[in-house]
Design a protein around this ligand. Sequence first.
Ligand SMILES: C[S@@+](CC[C@H](N)C(=O)[O-])C[C@H]1O[C@@H](n2cnc3c(N)ncnc32)[C@H](O)[C@@H]1O
Length: 270
Amino acid sequence: MADGLPTEIDLSRPSAARVYDYFLGGAHNFEIDRQLAEQIAGMTPNLAATMRAGRVFLRRAVRALLDAGIDQFLDIGSGIPTVGNVHEVAQAANPKARVVYVDIDPVAVAHSRELLAGNDLTGVIHADLRQPEAILGASRAMGLLDLDRPVGILLAGVVHFVPDADRPADVLATLRAAAAPGSFLVVSHSTFEDQPQEMLDAQRLSARTATEITLRSRAEITGFFGDWTILEPGVVHMPLWRPDSPSDVDAHPERFGAFGGVARYDQPAG
Ligand SMILES: C[S@@+](CC[C@H](N)C(=O)[O-])C[C@H]1O[C@@H](n2cnc3c(N)ncnc32)[C@H](O)[C@@H]1O
């Protein structure tokens, strides 16, 4: 566990992880989380669909990384375990795949530890994305991931919890700098681009959770990949990222309110 993070469950405010769990049909949430979730859902029915679309995007991205030979994953902002967790997708394709989950939320961490007990190729770290050095240090100390080899860094639905004041671009740069050539970075991130006012209002309600959301433009989100090579089809509305079949693509993919993309660290020439 990284230093200084509260380990107590705060029941006085909704938690982003628990609200998300409720939207995904999970059981690890409390009345205060359900109230906020229902309020948000009443304002925009799209939000629950957005969260499910985020999960589907993550699964497709993980499969793409597995196809590219990635066998170790650092999943930051992993959330409360739910159907189709990264280690399930990864280990179904490669039983030797290793996954380290990181989350700031004590409920997410506790349930992840419970779920993963007995799975020696997975680990859980209680840490804050805003302290990437602590995450990298704890991950090295755990001995599960070998950062001298290519790794898949997963930041699904989490960077928007880092306000500009906490310098998310620097956080991302620190994580990229720790990765070996051949590594991949997956980011999905809420946006204000192409969004109706009701969606923007609902996102503003996130200010009531312990972690507020900062919506960003496609250009800002693209910047999080630094000089890594962004894979086709680029940073796009999540359902447009390599859909399994054309019928998976909604007539209005922008209604999901978030961009997703994947990039690879190609060794600089010379
Ligand atoms: C919307 S959920 C996404 C869960 C999962 N990655 C997915 O895509 O299905 C966001 C998660 O990020 C976590 N989170 C928020 N701020 C964080 C931070 N600063 N450091 C680490 N985790 C954070 C929340 O606790 C929550 O579990």
